[in-house]
Design a protein around this ligand. Sequence first.
Ligand SMILES: Cc1cc2nc3c(=O)[nH]c(=O)nc-3n(C[C@H](O)[C@H](O)[C@H](O)COP(=O)(O)OP(=O)(O)OC[C@H]3O[C@@H](n4cnc5c(N)ncnc54)[C@H](O)[C@@H]3O)c2cc1C
Ligand code: FES
Length: 278
Amino acid sequence: MNPINSDPVVPELLKIHRVIREAEDTFTLDLLPPDKTQSEYSPGQFNMLYAFGVGDVPISISGRSSQSGGWLHTIREVGTVTRALHRLKKGQTIGVRGPFGKGWPVDLAKGKDVVILAGGIGLAPLRPVLEQIQSHRDHYGNVSLLYGARMPDGLLFSQDRETWRGRNGIQVKVTVDTGDRDWRGNVGVVTHLIDRVKFDSLQTIAMVCGPEVMMRYSVRELQRFGVPTNQIFISMERNMKCAVGFCGHCQFGPSFICKDGPVFDYPSIQPFLEVREL
Ligand SMILES: Cc1cc2nc3c(=O)[nH]c(=O)nc-3n(C[C@H](O)[C@H](O)[C@H](O)COP(=O)(O)OP(=O)(O)OC[C@H]3O[C@@H](n4cnc5c(N)ncnc54)[C@H](O)[C@@H]3O)c2cc1C
Ligand code: FES
């Protein structure tokens, strides 16, 4: 189902309500919905954002705006299209197709412990999971967020992290690869934080998003702590064009990241990790 437009390859034009600066190279677009009832999505789904005359890229929905009621997308500037999106200002228009894909297993996680591992911009697709858990906190057991970034100024959503930690009893641990003069927190890779939080490994659903190498090490560590691999979920990235399973651009072995993913349980995607493009 494509709630925003009955034809999934035709973009809807949405106006930018505001641009939020998150870090040096990272920003959030708050988009005015065409109609608030049409902006449903599941945590982990993504939209194709089209910068006119430049191109479109897949970007996860990072939450719902309390101001506009529409979608938030948190974007790291890495190349041509994300740079063009970064140049846009409040009041300008972009093309949006989506939401697409299968997201995080938030229903499967009900009644269980949840361990979330995120690296850098990887926290953006997971923020809706934490928001969902926050609004139905009694449906979940122990919940932890282990978050790492390269540098302290690359850490996203500091206010949200405080809210999750404070009111909702979520265990939040943060680390950076390299600290700066003012940094008093953990230094080291995110997997070192796993033994600092409480969870029952056999009753845990783990969700992991970040650079591929970080996801591989995270899975390995979670396994070492006894979490069964079919209870570990990761979000995959590949270049996309159609986003609806037509063009084959995002094919990953037998799966299409756009329609079968981007979130997969680890056993079904493991043979294809480290394979760049098929
Ligand atoms: C399902 C899905 C969800 C995504 N969600 C988000 C999101 O929420 N926020 C977000 O910022 N990005 C997200 N991405 C990644 C985003 O789509 C890419 O960063 C984007 O397509 C890059 O396009 P570009 O034209 O700016 O860069 P290009 O011009 O295509 O690339 C320029 C350079 O950047 C490198 N590059 C490309 N992609 C990445 C990347 N992901 N990380 C590091 N370097 C890269 C390329 O290798 C190249 O060297 C997601 C991708 C997928 C598949
Ligand atoms: S992007 Fe076309 S098949 Fe996935």
